[in-house]
Unconditional design. Structure first.
Length: 70
């Protein structure tokens, strides 16, 4: 029975050590994302839905305004 208490104490102490190491690494910025901000400008902010003619809706409105009268 005393072996269970010893193993329980060891496992709790190991868990506390790993949790403390995790908290310290988060505070030091180990898990900060440095790659995504540099490529964020390459992606569009929102998806453009296509209109009936297959052109993006935003483009079809601007194209109609810019077309000369026929």
């Amino acid at each position: 029975m005393s072996v269970i208490y010893i193993l329980l104490a060891i496992s709790i102490s190991v868990a506390v050590i790993f949790f403390a190491a995790f908290v310290l690494s988060v505070r030091k910025g180990q898990y900060d994302d440095t790659y995504t901000p540099s490529v964020r400008m390459l992606f569009e902010d929102e998806l453009v839905k296509e209109g009936r003619d297959g052109a993006p809706k935003d483009q079809s409105k601007t194209d109609q305004k810019n077309r000369p009268n026929q």
